[in-house]
Design a protein around this ligand. Structure first.
Ligand code: BG6
Length: 286
C-alpha cells in the first residue's frame, strides 16, 4: 500500500507498506526518510532537529548530492548540489505483493540553469522490498557533454557508535578530510573514535557491523566509484543547528558516490545510471 501525506508545508511524503516492511520517501529532494524491514529498527537515521522546510536540506535519511558533491565555495552555491532541496515529480508507482517501486523525476529549470548551465533530467527509482534499491539515471538533454560528482549520502541508524564498524574497505586508499588533507591506506576495519570525514577511493561494497543491534547492513553500489565515511563527532555536532549534540553516537554516514576527482561524464543526448542497494541482515552473535 502507498499513501501520501503532507509532512510540512510543501513537503509531501509517500509512505509505503507491505509484508516485508515500510518506507517513507519525501518528494522534496527525492529523499528517503525511513526504511524499516519487518521486525527491525529503522535502517536510516533522521535527526530530531532536522528542518523540514523548503529551501533547506533534510538532516538524515538519504539526501542525494548532485550535480556536485561537497561545497561549491567559489560560486557561493549550495553544498552538495541543488536537487536535495527541490520538489520532484511523481512519475510512476508499481506495487507487487512483496515489493513496491516508486519513480520520481526532476528536470532543469531557469533557476538550475543559472547555477549549472546544462539541460538535464534525473530519474530516481526506489525499490522497497527486503532490500532498498535506489537507481539514479542522469540524462543529458543538452548539446554539450557535462560531468557530475554525486552521492547517495546515507545516514545509517546505529545503536551506539563505539560498538559499530565498517568492514570491506581494508587496504583501500582514502583521503582523510579532517584537518590537513592526507592520503592514507585503511588498515583493518573502520572504527569511529573522533571526527571522521574520509573518501575511500575506487572502493567496492562495504558492510556496517552494528554489534549492539546484532545487525549487518551491506551497501552495494554500481557506477559509484567511492565510499565516503562521515561522523561529525562532538564539536562539529555542537556547531550544526539541525543536529542534536549527542546524535553523533547513533548515526554513521556511509555514502556511495562518485566524488572529488572521479566524476561521471554524460555525453550530450546520453544517460548514465548509478545504483545503490542496502541489505540489512539480523545476525545474532555478530
Ligand atoms: C559529508 C561530507 O558527505 O557531508 C562532510 O564529507 C559534510 O564534509 C557532510 O560535512 C554534511 O554536509 P551537509 O552539507 O549536509 O551539512
Amino acid at each position: 500500500m502507498i499513501t501520501f501525506s503532507e509532512k510540512a508545508k510543501g513537503i509531501t511524503v509517500a509512505s509505503i507498506s507491505h509484508p516485508f516492511g515500510t518506507a517513507e520517501i519525501s518528494l522534496y529532494g527525492a529523499h528517503i526518510l525511513s526504511f524499516k524491514p519487518t521486525g527491525q529498527k529503522d535502517v536510516l537515521f533522521v535527526s530530531e532537529k532536522s528542518l523540514f522546510e523548503t529551501g533547506k536540506a533534510i538532516r538524515g535519511g538519504i539526501p542525494i548530492c548532485w550535480p556536485w558533491f561537497g561545497p561549491n565555495v567559489n560560486k557561493n552555491l549550495p553544498s552538495h548540489g541543488f536537487i536535495r532541496t527541490k520538489n520532484w515529480n511523481l512519475k510512476s508507482i508499481h506495487e507487487e505483493s512483496n515489493q513496491t517501486s516508486i519513480s520520481l523525476e526532476y528536470s532543469s529549470t531557469s533557476e538550475t540553469l543559472a547555477m549549472w548551465p546544462y539541460d538535464f533530467q534525473v530519474i530516481l527509482t526506489v525499490l522497497v522490498g527486503k532490500t532498498l534499491k535506489m537507481t539514479l539515471t542522469t540524462i543529458n538533454l543538452g548539446a554539450t557533454t557535462f560531468s557530475i560528482t554525486d552521492a547517495f549520502h546515507t545516514y545509517f541508524n546505529i545503536e551506539k557508535i563505539e560498538s559499530a564498524a565498517v568492514v570491506g574497505l581494508e587496504g583501500v586508499q582514502f583521503i582523510d578530510r579532517v584537518g590537513e588533507k592526507t592520503l592514507r591506506e585503511q588498515i583493518g576495519k573502520i572504527s569511529i573514535t573522533g571526527e571522521t570525514d574520509r573518501v575511500y577511493l575506487r572502493s567496492a561494497s562495504s558492510t556496517i557491523h552494528d554489534y549492539a543491534m546484532n545487525r549487518k547492513i551491506i551497501i552495494d553500489k554500481t557506477n559509484l566509484s567511492d565510499t565516503v565515511v562521515w561522523n561529525p563527532w562532538i564539536e562539529k555536532s555542537k556547531s550544526m543547528p539541525d543536529f542534536k549534540d549527542d546524535e553523533y553516537q547513533r548515526m554513521i554516514c556511509v555514502e556511495a558516490g562518485s566524488v572529488l576527482d572521479n566524476p561521471i561524464v554524460v555525453p550530450a543526448g546520453q544517460s548514465v545510471t548509478q545504483e545503490m542497494t542496502i541489505t540489512p541482515i539480523i545476525e545474532n552473535g555478530l
